[in-house]
Design a protein around this ligand. Structure first.
Ligand code: HEM
Ligand code: HEM
Length: 198
């Protein structure tokens, strides 16, 4: 006679595998507000350049203010916002880039070493724009071509860095099967597992 037996999951099946992954808070509200205001401010400054001087200068200064606030938060802020948690030396960054080439880079809960270097470069670029922008309105440097040219050069260099930044975000999202853009909106990421670095 045919006996019905309830199917048992294979003994090796991980009981955690079917549960939704645990999420942890990573980006605090100030980091998220800073980031998306910076994106908006950069876009407005970019498209108002040579068109609406007042808008351009004021948005440019506001974006500079955001960077100063973030620098302070990088010292006083929450765990993953602090520079000490994500700024690595050139060797650490080089080792991480090499690991990417080999396809063996670890997943970081905060910024990875290459991302950390990019954060510093992006912030330095914006500050460079604010300083060279301000210089164009001072008696000492008014009408100096080299200042205007330097401002334009930094702006275009920063745009190239931003494209690289987007490439890095896309690559890390694909490699670690997570949506980093969504994480910068919600502040949450999948908790560390295995070799992930928390
Ligand atoms: C739509 C365009 C952009 C997207 C989708 C985007 C996305 C992201 C994401 C996902 C992160 C977190 C990376 C990680 O998980 O380690 C991040 C961080 C960052 N991005 Fe962007 N980004 C954009 C544009 C920009 C622009 C235009 C700038 C600068 C002008 C910028 C500057 C930064 C900075 C400074 C951080 C570090 C945030 C912090 O720790 O406070 N991003 N971005
Ligand atoms: C995120 C911040 C900023 C961005 C992205 C930005 C970007 C640009 C760009 C793309 C140009 C056009 C360069 C060219 O002609 O090829 C420009 C021009 C200019 N910017 Fe900015 N800028 C920023 C901040 C500032 C600030 C804070 C000031 C002043 C306080 C400023 C003052 C100027 C001036 C006066 C020009 C016109 C230069 C000329 O005569 O052609 N900018 N900026």
């Amino acid at each position: 006679m045919l006996k019905l037996v309830k199917a048992e999951p294979p003994a090796s099946a991980d009981p955690d595998a079917r549960r939704p992954p645990k999420l942890v808070r990573v980006w605090d509200p100030l980091v998220r507000l800073f980031h998306w205001s910076l994106v908006l401010g950069f876009a407005v400054a970019w498209f108002s350049a040579n068109r609406a001087e007042d808008l351009h200068t004021w948005v440019g200064y506001a974006v500079g203010g955001l960077i100063l606030l973030r620098l302070l938060w990088g010292v006083l802020g929450t765990r993953y916002a602090r520079f000490s948690s994500f700024v690595k030396g050139p060797l650490g960054v080089a080792a991480y880039l090499l690991a990417i080439l080999k396809g063996s880079e670890a997943r970081y809960i905060g910024h990875n070493p290459a991302g950390g270097a990019m954060v510093l470069a992006l912030m330095a670029g914006v500050l460079g724009l604010v300083v060279t922008g301000w210089m164009q309105f001072t008696d000492a440097w008014y009408g100096e071509d080299w200042v205007t040219n330097l401002h334009a050069l930094i702006a275009h260099g920063l745009l190239a860095l931003i494209l690289l930044h987007l490439g890095g975000v896309a690559l890390a999202s694909l490699r670690h099967h997570e949506n980093l853009v969504r994480a910068m909106v919600t502040g949450r990421k999948r908790a560390a597992q295995g070799n992930d670095i928390a």
